[in-house]
Design a protein around this ligand. Structure first.
Ligand code: ATP
Length: 384
C-alpha cells in the first residue's frame, strides 16, 4: 500500500469570493481506505469533486499515478463515484443496473461481448452479497440492498479509485453499521482505493486506514485512526474525534504537567519550561478513587446510565469533566480521581484553545452545587 496513487498539491478553491479550500496537500496510496472527516461545510465534498474531476481547483495541482490530471475530464479518470443518493435506474432490474456501464464501454473499439458482461456482473453481485437478485426490481429492494447495487455498479468497471460521498447517510443506524463492515470487506477483497467522505467520526475510525480531519477548508490532521484518537494535534481534533475533557495545563518539565495546581506525570516532552498547553483527558482514562486518595477532588453533578458504563459529569473548580465509569457515583457525591501518565495527552496551544472540552452544558441544572476546593501544590512539592 506504499505506492502513491492520488496527490493534491496546494489546491485552493473559492465560490463567489468565499474561500472553501485553502492550500490542501494530501496523498492517497494505492489500495488505501482513506476518509475525509469533518463537520458540515468544511470542504470534504469539494475535495472529492476535485479528485473526481467535477471541479477544477482555482490553484494547485491534481496528480494521478504521478501524472498531472487537472485538465482530464471525469470520464477519462480511472475513478468512479457513489453519492448519498445513489440514483439507480428504476426501470432496469438489478442485473441491468450493474451491467449498464459495461454495455456502453468499448475495448479496443469493440463493445464487450455478452458473456463477459454477464460473468463480470454475476461476479460483482457475489462480492456485494446479492447473488440470485439479478432479476429483482431495484425499486422493491431495501435501502441496504439498493446501496449494494450502487456499489456493484460502481465497481464493475474496475476503477482504480472509488469516491464515496456519505454513501450510508440515508440508512438507519443498524444497517449503517452492517454496511460499514461490508464496505471494508469489499474494499479489501477488490483492492480498489476508496476515498470516503463522512462527518461521522465513529464511521471514519472503524473503516479507514488513514483519516484526514478537515475544518474550515483546511486539513487539521492526517493519520491512522489510532493516531488521530490518541494523539490529536489540537483541541478541534480532540473534540471532534470522540469525547474529550480539554483543560489548561502548564508544562513544568519533560513528563510533568500541572493541571488545576496539581502535578501529573505524562509521557509528553519537548515543551518549554512553564509553557501553557492544552491537556486532553479521555473520559475512559480517569480512575475514580476515594477523595483522600485523589489527585483532584470533585463533585458529581449528573449521572447518565449508558448500558455498560455510566457517564458522569464531575465539577472540578467550576470546570466540568465527563468521566465514564462502571461504578455508580450518585449526584452530589464527592469523589477523587487519578489519571495514569498514558491517559494524559499534551497539545500545543492553538486557535482552538478554550473553545472545546468543557462539559458544563451537560449539567447546567446542577450549577448551584458548590465547587470542590483544594490546596494548590507548589512547583517543588512532591506528588502523591
Ligand atoms: P457537507 O458534509 O455538508 O456536505 P462538506 O464538508 O462536504 O459539507 P462542501 O460541500 O465541500 O462541504 O462545501 C464547502 C463550502 O463550499 C460550503 O460552505 C458550501 O456551501 C460551499 N459550496 C460548495 N459548493 C458550492 C457551489 N457550487 N457554489 C457555491 N458554494 C459552494
Amino acid at each position: 500500500m506504499e505506492k502513491e496513487l492520488v496527490r493534491l498539491s496546494k489546491c485552493s478553491m473559492a465560490f463567489d469570493g468565499d474561500v472553501v479550500l485553502e492550500n490542501i496537500d494530501l496523498c492517497v496510496k494505492d489500495k488505501e481506505f482513506l476518509t475525509l472527516l469533518g463537520p458540515s461545510g468544511c470542504g470534504k465534498t469539494t475535495t472529492l469533486r476535485i479528485i473526481g474531476g467535477f471541479l477544477k481547483p482555482d490553484s494547485g495541482d491534481v496528480y494521478f499515478d504521478g501524472v498531472r490530471i487537472n485538465d482530464v475530464p471525469p470520464h477519462k479518470r480511472m475513478v468512479n463515484t457513489i453519492f448519498q443518493k445513489y440514483a439507480l435506474f428504476t426501470h432496469l432490474n438489478v442485473f441491468e443496473n450493474v451491467a449498464f456501464g459495461l454495455r456502453v464501454q468499448k475495448h479496443e473499439g469493440k463493445k464487450l461481448d455478452k458473456y463477459e458482461i454477464s460473468s463480470r456482473v454475476i461476479k460483482m453481485l457475489e462480492v456485494v452479497s446479492l447473488k440470485g437478485f439479478e432479476k429483482r426490481d431495484v425499486s422493491l429492494l431495501s435501502g441496504g440492498q439498493q446501496q449494494r447495487v450502487a456499489i456493484a455498479r460502481a465497481l464493475v468497471n474496475h476503477p482504480k479509485v472509488l469516491l464515496l460521498d456519505e454513501p450510508l447517510g440515508a440508512l438507519d443506524m443498524r444497517l449503517r453499521k452492517d454496511m460499514q463492515n461490508e464496505l471494508k470487506q469489499i474494499q479489501q477483497a477488490t483492492g480498489i482505493t476508496f476515498i470516503y467522505v463522512t462527518h461521522d467520526q465513529e464511521e471514519a475510525l472503524a473503516m479507514s486506514d488513514t483519516v484526514i480531519v478537515m475544518e474550515g477548508g483546511a486539513i487539521q490532521q492526517i493519520g491512522t485512526p489510532e493516531d488521530i484518537y490518541n494523539e490529536p494535534k489540537n483541541a478541534f481534533v480532540a473534540d471532534f474525534i470522540g469525547e474529550s475533557n480539554i483543560v489548561d495545563g502548564v508544562m513544568l518539565s519533560d513528563g510533568v504537567v500541572e493541571i488545576f495546581g496539581r502535578k501529573f506525570k505524562c509521557l509528553d516532552s519537548g515543551f518549554e519550561h512553564k509553557e501553557p498547553v492544552d491537556v486532553v483527558i479521555r473520559p475512559e482514562d480517569v480512575d475514580i478513587v476515594s477523595p483522600d486518595k485523589g489527585k483532584l477532588i470533585g463533585t458529581v453533578t449528573s449521572v447518565t446510565f449508558r448500558g455498560v458504563l455510566y457517564d458522569i459529569i464531575v465539577d472540578f473548580h467550576g470546570f466540568k469533566w465527563l468521566i465514564q465509569t462502571t461504578d455508580l457515583c450518585p449526584v452530589g457525591k464527592e469523589i477523587g480521581i487519578k489519571i495514569d501518565p498514558d491517559g494524559i495527552h499534551i497539545m500545543k496551544k492553538s486557535r482552538f484553545s478554550g473553545m472545546y472540552g468543557d462539559y458544563s452544558s451537560y449539567s447546567a441544572e446542577y450549577d448551584d452545587i458548590s465547587d470542590a476546593e483544594y490546596e494548590y501544590e507548589t512547583e517543588d512539592e512532591e506528588e502523591h
